[in-house]
Design a protein around this ligand. Structure first.
Ligand code: SAM
Length: 287
């Protein structure tokens, strides 16, 4: 057993890996944060305190978990890799004894959400596994309304797509789908050399704040919205009258205030919502 509760450092992460005979799994996106200053910054940006419920996805070796627990928040940490659990427990297990930390060994995509979330609103604070970050964020925004505000670390490219505004090169399906539920912005950069092992990419911190629902926000409306967005961006360079042929005709585009010669990257959320309403069942079923 390695002494617990020590600050995060490259030495400490190596010590935990060696003591438990572990090697980082590339398939699970295991790049462990080794910098206490960055942990402190993330916790500060998340703005969590003793009254908060915090979900951490992928605690790994507990770098961020320790910082979150130190705020007095109640933390639920969901880690898929059972081999990491003993090392994670070495680092942060003492917080379990106070009832502040619950470690769940599970795939976050298959969590029993009702039993984990209860009646509370939650903050999500995580250094997300890069390979699943974008679909995970979009699925959880759509499916778990109690996940309220987020500060998450993702690959820079993915972060830029999530926060992109209309007219920019990076504005696309993730930007529009995220905008349906929330507002997002990049709040920090994280250099690759703060991780063990060092990833090939830079990372950014993205703050996501769920806002009051913009559309009718029924499942059916969102499904229709998503279908339109995916269809149009599926042929990104084409004019909307071409890319949406068979889904929305020129009259419907005009009724939504859209010039049929526009391309999908030119439409803001409001236009996408108006188009969704225009092609609603009774007018045309696009779901
Ligand atoms: N939070 C730690 C840190 O900052 O050092 C580790 C971050 S690492 C980038 C991603 C973590 O997510 C790994 O511990 C990995 O095993 C875990 N993970 C990957 N896929 C997961 C999934 N589907 N559900 C839960 N955890 C997952």
């Amino acid at each position: 057993m390695v002494p617990s509760g020590r600050p995060v450092s490259r030495t400490r992460i190596r010590e935990l890996l060696d003591a438990h005979d572990l090697g980082p799994s590339r398939a699970l996106g295991q790049n462990f944060l080794c910098d206490q200053g960055m942990v402190d910054k993330i916790v500060r940006l998340a703005g969590v305190g003793p009254d908060d419920h915090v979900l951490e996805i992928g605690p790994g070796l507990g770098s961020l978990t320790a910082g979150l627990c130190a705020t007095g928040a109640r933390v639920v940490a969901v880690e898929i890799d059972r081999h990491l659990i003993p090392a994670l427990t070495d680092q942060v297990g003492h917080h379990q004894e106070t009832g502040r930390l619950t470690i769940i060994n599970a795939d976050v995509r298959e969590l029993d959400w009702a039993s984990v979330l209860g009646d509370h609103r939650w903050a999500v604070v995580a250094n997300l596994p890069y390979n699943i970050a974008t679909p995970l964020i979009l699925d959880l925004l759509a499916e778990q309304p109690q996940l309220d505000r987020w500060v998450v670390m993702v690959q820079r490219e993915a972060g830029e797509r999530l926060v992109a505004r209309p007219g920019s090169r990076t504005y696309g399906i993730p930007s529009v789908l995220l905008a349906y539920w929330a507002e997002a912005r990049i709040v920090g950069s994280v250099p690759a050399d703060l991780f063990l092992p060092r990833p090939n990419v830079e990372s950014v911190l993205v703050e996501i704040r769920r806002r009051p629902q913009v559309g009718g926000a029924t499942d059916r409306e969102f499904t229709r919205f998503r279908h339109l967005v995916r269809t149009a961006f599926g042929q990104r360079r084409k004019m909307l009258r071409k890319s949406l042929a068979g889904v929305a005709d020129v009259d419907q585009l005009a009724a939504a205030g859209i010039d049929p010669t526009q391309r999908p990257e030119e439409l803001d959320l409001d236009r996408w919502l108006r188009l969704t309403a225009t092609v609603a069942p009774g007018k045309r079923d696009a779901s």
